[in-house]
Design a protein around this ligand. Sequence first.
Ligand code: FAD
Length: 288
Amino acid sequence: MEEFEYFSPTDLPQLLQLLASPGGRILAGGTDLIPRLRSNTLNVSALIDISHIDELRFIREDAERVYIGSRSSYADVLESTVLSQYAPVLVQASRLVGSPMARARGTIGGNIGNASPAGDSLPPLLVLDADAALVGPRGGRVLLLEELLTGPMKTALAPDEIIHHLSFPKPPAVRGFGFEKLGPRQGMTISIATAAAAIEINSNNKISAARIALGAVAPTPIRCKAAEELLIGREPEEGAWKLAVEAALKKIAPIDDVRATADYRRKATGVLLERALASASEMAKRSI
Ligand SMILES: Cc1cc2nc3c(=O)[nH]c(=O)nc-3n(C[C@H](O)[C@H](O)[C@H](O)COP(=O)(O)OP(=O)(O)OC[C@H]3O[C@@H](n4cnc5c(N)ncnc54)[C@H](O)[C@@H]3O)c2cc1C
């Protein structure tokens, strides 16, 4: 490992001061960053450890929205009654994250900052219409999560910015969610493909709202808006899911890698999305 300086700020003003000097890299849980540092694939002159900044670790709600501090871990997500009510899709994805260690140390902010196309929290956050509040020495700004994720391991964060928190509008109680993940094995695994879905069904048994997001099959996790629109006004049944799958598969660009071939990813995505839509629809029906 290359040598680097290490800073451990305990509040936001200290952190912003450190971010004003170039060359620093944020360290949260370290579950992505430390392996990359060990393999010397990153050039870092200073690590800024945010794990003692308690004001970045919270999950709360107001009348309209839910807020997740970037330092919240998957374990925090699993314990949150606010998220079990308003974001069961994120809770489900967090439960499937690799290992008890990764769930305890890994953070939502780190999953976004790492910007892997296979990051498991990202499709759920996309179907929740999440945006990210960023902060840096020059002030703050808000970006849609889709705008923040720009490519494999790339974000629109400026070098002196951090993700402060994520937020999303509270979904109506009648919205159902589904999440499906395929990995090479059950535990300790990075996804081969993921699918997240959200569905609302009206009293005429027709789909009135839909959200679809896919992971690990394009340079970033993606929303599939054409597929969502196709579902509106249709009955929630297999024929509708097949149409949505056909439209969604046109948007993906999977690659061959050590975990799977592009062809396998494409086939798996169809199955995962159909299952996610069916689960979301069942949940929506139970809430009517
Ligand atoms: C055994 C194991 C199993 C795993 N299983 C999964 C899995 O199933 N699914 C999955 O998606 N991932 C998995 N991972 C990867 C990892 O745990 C997650 O991506 C995790 O969310 C990373 O969070 P972290 O806090 O550890 O990030 P870190 O490693 O600390 O940081 C990751 C990147 O994000 C940046 N960053 C961190 N916080 C911020 C912030 N607030 N603002 C701006 N940038 C920031 C860092 O600078 C760095 O570039 C696994 C890792 C391990 C070691």
